[in-house]
Design a binder for this molecule. Sequence first.
Ligand code: ADP
Ligand code: MG
Length: 419
Amino acid sequence: MKELMNQMFSIILRFILYEIFWSDKINITESKKGKAITALFGSLSIILCMSFPFASSSGFIYDLRYIPLVLITLYAGYEVCLLVSLIMFGYRYIIGGDGFYLSVIIMIFVIPFILFWVPRFRTCNPKKRVMMGVLVSFGVAVIDLIVSIAWIPDLFGKEIISYILLSIPFVTIGMAITISLIERIKQNNAIQQQLREAEKLKVVSQLASSIAHEVRNPLTVVRGFIQLFIEGNTTPDKRQQYSKIMLEELERAQFIIDDYLSFARPEIGRIEVIDVNSIVSNATNIMSSYATANGVDIVQNLDENLYLQADKRKLTQVIVNIAKNAVEAMPHSGTLEFRTETRNDEILIHIIDEGIGMSQEQIERLGFPFYSTKDKGTGLGMMVSFQIVRMMNGRIQVQSELGKGTQFSILLPRWKEGT
Ligand code: ADP
Ligand code: MG
C-alpha cells in the first residue's frame, strides 16, 4: 500500500515537472523534437515504474506503468506510443519471468484501446479530457484484470488477484490527479501566451498612430515641392536640390515604416549565408546621404571573409538603425566608422561614432520601447534592433562615454561550412 502511494505520487511529480519545463516551449503533438522528448520522458517514467514495482510475485510484477503510457499516448499520439511500448517490452524482457508473456498479451489489447480514444481526446475541452483520461485508464486496468484472469489458471486462489484489483483504483485516481494538474498548467500557459500577444498588439497599435504621424511630414514636404515643379518657375539647379531633399524625406518615411513593420512581424524571413561586408556596404549606401546632410564622414575598416547565416534585409536594418543613431549623435560633424572582425566563433560588426555619448543609465534604458531623447525620435530603432539580433542568436554590446562617443558592437555566430 505504501509503495503504491509512493509510486503514484512520483509519477504525478514527474509529469508535473515535465509540463512545467517543456510544455510551453515545444508542441508535443506536432514537432519532431517534442515527440522525441516525450518518448524519452515517457520511457524513463515507465522504466522507473517497472524498476520499483509495488508488488511482485513469481515472475509477475505490478506497478502503475499504465498511467504514463496512457498519458503520453493521449497527448503525443501513436508514434510515441509504439516507440515507448517497444522500449517497455525490451525492459520487461530484461527483467524476465513468466510475467513477460502476459504483459505482451495485455498490451496487444491495451494499445489499440488507448489509440481508439486519441482523436476524440484531441478535440474535446479540458474538462472532458480529464474525464476521458480517467475512463481510459480505468478501462486499461480492467483489461489488465480480464486478460490476467484468462491467462493465469485459477488466479483466484492466489494473492496476485489482490494486487491487480488494488492497482485499479490507484491507476484511476493517479490518472485523475495527474491529468487535471496537466490540464490546469496547460490552461495557465495558454492564458499567459494570450497576455503576451495582447501586450504586443497593444504596442503595435500604439505605434500605428505615431508612425502615421511621422510619415505625414515627409509626404507634406514632397507634395509642396511637386506643386512648385508643376508651377514651372524653378531653375534646373533648384530642381536638382529639391529632388534630393524629397528623396531624403521619402527615405526617412521608408525607414520609419520598415522599423514598424519589422516590429509588427518579427519573425525571421529568408535565412541565407551572406557576406557581412556586403551588408555593411549596403547599409553605408543607405546611410550616406543622411550622413552627408549632417556633415558626417563615413569610414570603413572591413576584415575579409566574414560569413554568417542571416536574413539580409533584417541585418541591414539593424545596422542602419544603429548607424542612424550614430549620425544623429554627431550634430556638429564627425566620423562614423564601420569595422568588422572575427573573434573565436563570432563575427563582430562595430559601429563607432564620435558623438555625444551616453551615461550608464541611458545605456541601460536602450531597447525599451519609446525610449528616446530626441524631439522627433520614435524610440523604436533600438528595440527592434535588439529583438532582431536576439532572434539571430547574437547580442549587442554598447560602450559609451559622455562627450566622447559610442561604440555599438553586434556579435553574431560565424557561419562554418557544413552547418
Ligand atoms: P530614436 O532614435 O528614435 O530616439 P532609438 O531606439 O533608435 O530611438 O534610440 C533610443 C535612444 O538611445 C536615442 O534617443 C538616444 O538617446 C540613445 N542613443 C542611441 N544610439 C546612440 C548613440 N550612438 N549615441 C548617443 N545616444 C544614442
Ligand atoms: Mg534611432
